[in-house]
Design a protein around this ligand. Structure first.
Ligand code: NAD
Length: 488
């Protein structure tokens, strides 16, 4: 790991039409969250650069170099890409950690490991997708074809860029589309490397293009493009709203949004094992310093075990070492940017002003490193109407609220604009199923929190978004249905 840790990172270019290209804007400096120091620069794409990338993707799609090649050939290339990612897993993970601050133990598994598995999953699936013959009149043949949609624009966030990026890229490419990818300003490096590996794996020029730069400039230009057919996005609700607006103002491109969450983690008094549940609940909010869309950021605890559970959880949280994310002994890494750290601290002071109580943490730490670190923070006595109960922090800040009955737990859980994930801890099977039925969320974990793999979809309800990443359902975003009605 040490060899990659100290490796200088060359200034990065855009990857367009199979070549590294300069952008028209002045390069953006990339600071590492580990120590706040400059790591490298990325190009700042302006609208003309984005248009160039979209045009390359369009040409590649229209001439069929990928969209019409044999499924078996697409599969071979994507499997090769998965192998290359796996072979470079440590290098990719370390680069990503230097860029975005995620703890290395998590990055190895959730970033590089997951990206390789995702490309493999969709490569294996792509030649098992069939069309349909409709059960219509006997003198007619009704065929339902599934066709790639064309040019896909993918805009992704800074938490888990490789994992989330692959959740979009792998099914989009497997289905035969061309892609223009816009990573986040503070987490572009590993996705640029994926473009390079994809070319090495044999992906034809122009099929995958990566443009870096500011969301409000490069991202906006991509979302306003008249030649993008589908926009897939993971990020904040504010940006998601803008994308829908850009779509309406341009070519009505379809927009699939994976947005934020304020996910309730509900602990009933009959929880099978309080200490174990407290440990898992601590990781549900504190892993990756809370920068996880499905983080269990609202802990709802039945009043009869409230004090005992909060004590067990704070005890577990005290055992989590915050520090250099490249140190394998650190359970929690850095905050992605100084502005995110300041925003987290603002939520803490706001909650205390609202009358809630600080049970643990609350401060910036390790300032002497120059990096951006924050203590795991637990705030109890949070009312469901408080800002901390309603707004996503996207940091290591847990809001604790107590409840008295099942109905009250459901009411508090659903008192949110979001509906991404939830957790339920109980030994009562019927109650678990009632909660799965009644809590509005894209995923409900029972007697665990955060478990998942590629076989199940991830998506939200309410203002947590639409559409799904992962599983075979993800193909729906990247394939159009076309009917052929043939008179026999
Ligand atoms: P963000 O919305 O600020 O940025 C996401 C991406 O959008 C970045 O690439 C950014 O450059 C781009 N962007 C910003 N403004 C834009 C604009 N006007 N037009 C086009 N593109 C623009 O989000 P973030 O801070 O990078 O990520 C954190 C958010 O992502 C949190 O809300 C988190 O919950 C959410 N998230 C959701 C999921 C999920 O699966 N639902 C997963 C991870 C993160």
């Amino acid at each position: 790991m040490d060899e990659f840790r100290s490796q200088p990172v060359a200034p990065q270019k855009l990857f367009v039409d199979g070549t590294w290209q300069a952008a028209s804007g002045e390069a953006l400096e990339v600071l590492s969250p580990i120590d706040g120091r400059p790591l490298t620069t990325i190009e700042r794409a302006l609208p003309a650069d984005v248009d160039r990338a979209v045009a390359a993707a369009r040409r590649a799609f229209d001439d069929g170099r990928w969209s019409r090649c044999l499924p078996a050939e697409r599969k071979t290339v994507l499997l090769r890409l998965a192998d290359l990612i796996e072979a470079k897993a440590l290098e990719l993970a370390v680069l990503g950690v230097r860029d975005n601050g995620t703890e290395i133990s998590m990055a190895l598994k959730a970033e590089a490991g997951s990206a390789a598995a995702t490309f493999r999953y969709y490569a294996e699936a792509l030649d098992k997708l069939y069309g349909e013959i409709a059960p219509t009149a006997p003198d007619v043949l009704g065929l339902v074809h599934r066709e790639p949609v064309g040019v896909v624009a993918a805009i992704v966030p800074w938490n888990f860029p490789l994992m989330i990026g692959s959740w979009k890229l792998a099914p989009a490419l497997a289905a035969g589309n061309s892609v223009v990818l816009k990573p986040a300003e503070t987490a572009s490096l590993t996705l640029l490397r994926i473009a390079e590996l994809a070319a090495e794996a044999g992906l034809p020029d122009g099929v995958l293009n990566v443009v870096t730069g500011q969301g409000s400039v490069a991202g906006e230009a991509l979302a306003l493009s008249m030649d993008v057919d589908v926009m897939v996005f993971t990020g904040s609700g504010n940006t998601g709203r803008r994308l829908l607006e850009y779509s309406a103002r341009s070519n009505l491109k379809r927009c699939y949004l994976e947005l934020g969450g304020k996910s309730p983690n509900i602990v009933f008094a009959d929880v099978p094992d309080i200490v174990q549940a407290a440990k898992v609940s601590a990781m549900a909010i504190f892993r990756n310093a809370g920068q996880v869309c499905v983080a269990g950021s609202r802990l709802l605890v039945e009043d009869s075990i409230h004090d005992e559970f909060v004590a067990a959880l704070t005890e577990a949280a005290k055992g989590l070492k915050v520090g250099d994310p490249l140190d394998l002994s650190a359970s929690i890494g850095a905050i992605n940017s100084l502005s995110q750290l300041e925003s987290n601290l603002g939520f803490v002071s706001g909650a205390l002003e609202d009358g809630a109580e600080l049970a643990l943490g609350g401060s910036r730490i390790l300032q002497e490193t120059g990096g951006w670190y924050m203590e795991p923070t637990v705030i109890s006595g949070v009312e469901p109407t408080h800002r901390l109960a309603q707004e996503e922090v996207f940091g290591p800040v847990l809001a604790v609220t107590s409840f008295h009955s099942d109905d009250e737990a459901v009411a508090i859980a659903n008192n949110s604009d979001y509906g991404l994930a939830a957790g339920v801890w109980t030994a009562n099977l019927s109650r678990a199923h009632r909660m799965i039925r009644d809590v509005r969320a894209g995923v409900v974990h029972v007697n665990t929190y955060g478990g998942s793999d590629l076989t199940v979809p991830l998506g939200g309800v309410k203002q947590s978004g639409n559409g799904h990443d992962k599983s075979l359902h993800a193909f729906d975003k990247y394939l159009d249905l076309k009917t052929a009605w043939i008179n026999l």
